[in-house]
Design a protein around this ligand. Structure first.
Ligand code: AKG
Ligand code: FE2
Length: 559
């Protein structure tokens, strides 16, 4: 542990003595410091560095009861080992709030199926949506929990865990205000002045792939909200973070820590000072046990248009952003609509983009019916042709004009329909191959070719991209340099965020299709990555205890 970390420990220990204290709601830690003092505080300087230049950090010994952390970790395998029908009962498709179970392979990031299975849960929230109110207000509400008889006390334990992270997340916001030299509580306006917030959390299982076909646990993405607190719940590596140079850096699990990273909303309100960082997860090696993780996503108020609420900073601190330099291009997709839409709508758009799947599925039914009709007509016409040909009396008068005309038209029909059938058959075969190669067997829908085969094709990223060829005119975040990034490489403009195929279609209805189209039209590619400290994600923050485990730190830093 270096001197700066020691100072950090002293700073916090003066105020908090218990290893797992309740965090004081009056935010005593931060209010005792003026912004000017913060500049001299090495801890906050470290935090400032991590926010501006890295976007990821480890939080050591977080103020969350160790027994609750251990308990939620212990639940991970149990949650996924329950019978499949118990999981199906809480499928996300039942929930207007997008909570619940998503089976393996049912999520797509950057056009590829993520090799993970997951539950989405949330902090308690009662939905009060009324007809006529914006649809995005449906997004928050009660989570779906697995049967208490099958996973006893899971809900209670997990909610207790989430409650502690929620408090921690707000406490951390206070530190961020100080580190970025903002007035105290400058970030409050994003957090529920209009009422309580709901935060999301997941429990994720990344199984080892059977072979080396795909190792995309989850593809490159940014998180959307303010802060993410990630508990890596098994000893596997796999989480990777993209640095300023565009390289992927490992962020290995360190026991007793959370990985904290910045979401697009916080990046937007801080004029890009606090960096959202592109990250991904690689599946465990074939033959290994599954990796588990438990992320907590801190939300912001649904009504706020954060593009209109961007904060002001001192010229000195903005210079730090300039000094960071231009990041290399990233693989991730962007939440560009934050520039102008209410944050709830941004979240809804991220979700309902999947409704294109359903829309195209219905479009494909007439296509499939046509295909079948043509097939049968072709058989009929071919048979009629053959019968006519082998019918001696008929053939004998073939050279009479009307019979000749009859035979010619039968031949013409047969040939044309056979040709159409050939094309349809080719499309079906190609789509089946694409499904097999890219989407694996994780989708419910892939059961009855040709209709579903075509629907997969139509709803695949490439076709969606074509549908949205106007995407370069979309909105952007307040950072002017991003516009150029989007324009420079327009092939990424139409890429979706991580997309779940399992979704509550009936609840959001046909309007959502339009929403989805415009949502994706306004997404643009963003080059925004941050430089990781020498050797990787290296800055560790001691929260309560007096000792950072040196061996853990050095293994994380590769030193
Ligand atoms: O599982 C992990 O380690 C990260 C998951 C993640 O980045 C996400 O779900 O947004
Ligand atoms: Fe993430």
């Amino acid at each position: 542990m270096d001197d700066e970390s020691s100072n950090l420990v002293l700073f916090l220990d003066r105020r908090i003595t218990s290893p797992h204290p309740q965090i004081s709601s009056d935010h005593a830690i931060c209010e005792t410091l003026t912004p000017a003092t913060c500049l001299y505080n090495p801890t906050l300087r470290q935090l400032q560095h991590a926010l501006i230049n890295v976007g990821f950090l480890y939080l050591f010994n977080p103020p969350v009861a160790r027994e609750d952390i251990d308990a939620v970790i212990a639940y991970c395998p149990r949650l996924f080992d329950i019978p499949q029908d118990a999981k199906e009962k809480v499928r996300m498709v039942n929930s207007p709030h997008f909570f619940g179970y998503t089976k393996f392979g049912s999520e797509i990031t950057k056009g590829q199926a993520d090799q993970r299975e997951q539950y989405d849960f949330g902090t308690p929230y009662e939905n009060k949506w009324q007809p006529g109110e914006p649809e995005y207000l449906k997004l928050w509400g009660p989570a779906q929990w697995p049967d208490e008889n099958i996973v006893p006390e899971f809900k209670e334990t997990y909610l207790r865990y989430l409650a502690q992270i929620e408090v921690l997340s707000f406490e951390f916001i206070r530190l961020i205000e100080e580190a970025l030299e903002l007035p105290s509580r400058a970030l409050d306006k994003f957090q529920g002045e209009s009422g309580p917030l709901q935060h999301r959390a997941k429990v994720i299982k990344y199984p080892a792939p059977p072979d080396s076909s795909s190792n995309q646990g989850v593809g490159p993405h940014f998180d959307g909200g303010f802060l993410t607190f990630l508990l890596q719940a098994s000893a596997h590596r796999g989480l990777q973070v993209q640095n300023l140079a565009g390289e992927w850096i490992d962020a290995p699990p360190i026991p007793g820590t959370f990985v904290v990273n910045i979401g697009k909303a916080l990046e937007t309100v801080t004029q890009g000072l606090a960096k959202a960082t592109s990250h991904r997860v690689l599946s465990p090696e074939p033959g290994s046990s599954p990796r588990y993780s438990i992320p907590f996503f801190q939300n912001i108020s649904q009504d706020i248009r954060i593009g209109e609420s961007v904060l002001s900073f001192s010229p000195e601190i903005l210079k730090l952003k300039e000094a960071r330099g231009e990041p290399a291009a990233t693989d991730s997709v962007n939440y560009a609509e934050y520039g102008q839409l209410p944050s709830g709508e941004v979240a809804l758009r991220g979700r309902v983009s999947v409704i294109i799947w359903d829309y195209t599925k219905w479009v494909t039914i007439p296509l499939a019916v046509m295909s079948c009709g043509q097939f049968f007509f072709s058989i009929y016409a071919g048979t009629a042709n053959a019968v006519a040909f082998w019918d001696i009396p008929l053939r004998s008068c073939m050279f009479e004009y009307e019979h000749y005309q009859h035979m010619a038209s039968v031949l013409l029909y047969t040939t044309v329909y056979d040709f159409i059938i050939l094309i349809f058959t080719c499309v079906n075969v190609v789509s089946a191959i694409i499904i097999w190669l890219h989407l694996n067997d994780g989708m419910d829908a892939v059961v009855s070719p040709p209709a579903t085969a075509i629907s997969v094709i139509l709803s695949s990223q490439s076709v969606i991209s074509l549908l949205r060829s106007d995407s370069s005119s979309g909105a952007d975040t307040p950072n002017s340099n991003r516009r150029q990034d989007g324009d420079r490489d327009s092939k990424y403009n139409a890429q979706q965020l991580t997309t779940q195929i399992d979704f509550p279609v009936s609840i959001y209805g046909p309007n959502s299709i339009e929403l989805a189209r415009s949502a994706n039209a306004s997404q643009s590619r963003l080059s925004s990555v941050v430089r990781l400290g020498e050797g990787g994600v290296t800055r560790a923050y001691e929260w309560w205890d007096t000792h950072v485990p040196a061996e853990a730190l050095s293994s994380a830093c590769g030193k």
